[in-house]
Design a protein around this ligand. Structure first.
Ligand code: ACO
Length: 377
């Protein structure tokens, strides 16, 4: 046996990548070498998409062209809207999104995934259409008509418009945009790895993103932001925090929004989201921020020594809720943000591709007899 079995592939490199970098001890995240805090303060989501996909910040002309293309691709075929109408209205929007992204691929020539010019179009199409699908499923599942995307708003603003039909508030648009920037990539996480595995088979990018969506939906990954809000709901009032947390820890439950395979300090994204969560809840009067801060304090006291700190999913749900985004759309919003990251990794994978085919340690039996069905017990 040449290698030891490493459960969860912890610290096992599976590719060389220049898309993003995490220093889990210093609490640092970079996209293409640029600190995410700088990007959150200065950049737009569209610019970050360009940076991740093409490896450099765009010139003004490049950005204008790129933004124009993204706007062009926003609409989805009416058959995709029909597909969404056919799905169970109580179904999870992540499942609807996964189905829709796979189905969108059926409208475009899949085998051209290896053709350079088709790759750019496919990446932009996926990034641009995900918000339209998420907003459409949300409205349709409530019995309302979906809205056609607008061409005069940025991606974040258009998403908020399509969710409500109302003119989006500029401050909320910027806050959502920062959330999207913060979630746009995060090295070799579970969903990115899932996408790279599928990409390595030369499957098309729609399959790549739909498989990554499946991985992101799990509560140990992107689904944790929804679970964190459910926990705040369960706590209800700040004074109940200790009792609920103790009960969860006593049952050995994982506290959603805490812990990370790589960060052994506070996730830098969570620090930025915490500031927005405080600002927005001060205005709305929601107790969730106070509850979250108390959970953070108690967690530090009790499990801080294990390197368990708030991750990106701890405060993001509070921010999304204040932006008017329903709880079951939190993970789809994460997916909207992560699509450029998945696709940047897909492009990178194809540049130096070898199909993923790891091995296993077989622990089953050998040379068993075949027992006829009537004599089996
Ligand atoms: N609450 C309480 N204790 C925790 C938590 C938590 N959220 N996370 C880790 N720990 C403890 C574990 O119980 C374990 O303690 P032990 O050594 O005494 O057994 C120790 O910290 C190490 O934890 P592991 O589960 O081994 O860490 P791993 O790297 O395998 O898992 C994960 C990381 C999945 C993120 C885990 O921390 C977790 O389940 N967190 C809750 C879900 C969550 O927030 N996921 C979002 C992650 S960020 C993202 O995907 C966008």
């Amino acid at each position: 046996m040449p290698f030891d079995l490493v459960p969860g592939l912890e610290e096992v490199p599976i590719a060389e990548s220049s898309v993003s970098f995490v220093d889990g001890t210093a609490g640092k995240l970079e996209y293409r070498g640029i600190n995410v805090e700088l990007l959150a303060a200065n950049s737009t989501f569209e610019e970050v998409c360009f940076l991740l996909l093409f490896g450099k910040l765009p010139t003004r002309a490049e950005l204008e062209e790129f933004q124009g293309e993204l706007v062009h691709y926003r609409k989805v075929k009416y058959r995709i809207i029909d597909l969404l109408k056919c799905l169970p209205e109580k179904g999870h929007p992540m499942d609807a999104l996964q189905a829709a992204v796979a189905a969108i691929g059926m409208f475009y020539p899949r085998r051209r995934a290896l053709d350079d010019s088709a790759r750019r179009a496919a990446c932009l199409r996926i990034i641009a259409k995900i918000p339209t699908v998420v907003a459409a499923f949300e409205r349709l599942s409530k019995g309302d008509d979906s809205f056609t995307p607008r061409t005069d708003l940025n991606l974040a603003g258009d998403f908020l418009y399509m969710m409500t039909g109302e003119e989006p508030d500029a401050e909320k648009v910027r806050i959502l945009e920062v959330c999207l920037i913060l979630h746009a990539d995060h090295t070799m996480n579970a969903s990115t790895f899932a996408g790279r595995v599928v990409g390595s088979t030369l499957a098309d990018p729609y399959c790549v993103v739909s498989s990554a969506l499946g991985a992101l939906s799990g509560p140990l990954h992107g689904g944790a932001n929804e679970e964190a809000i459910e926990m705040f709901k369960r706590v209800g009032k700040p004074e109940n925090t200790r009792a609920v947390l103790q009960e969860m820890l006593a049952k050995k439950e994982k506290i959603p929004g805490f812990g990370h395979r790589v960060y052994k300090t506070v996730d830098p994204r969570s620090k930025i989201l915490k500031v927005y969560a405080e600002k927005l809840t001060q205005r709305s009067g929601s107790p969730y921020y106070q509850i979250a801060v108390e959970i953070e304090r108690l967690m530090q006291e009790q499990v801080g020594h294990k390197g368990v700190w708030p991750n990106v999913d701890f405060y993001s749900g509070i921010v999304y809720r204040e932006l008017g985004i329903p709880t079951d759309c939190f993970t789809p919003v994460f997916a909207m943000a992560r699509a450029p990251g998945w696709l940047a990794h897909w492009l990178e994978q194809l540049r130096n591709n070898r199909i993923f085919r790891p091995t296993q340690r077989y622990v089953g039996t050998h040379d068993q007899p075949y027992t006829p069905i009537d004599t089996r017990t």
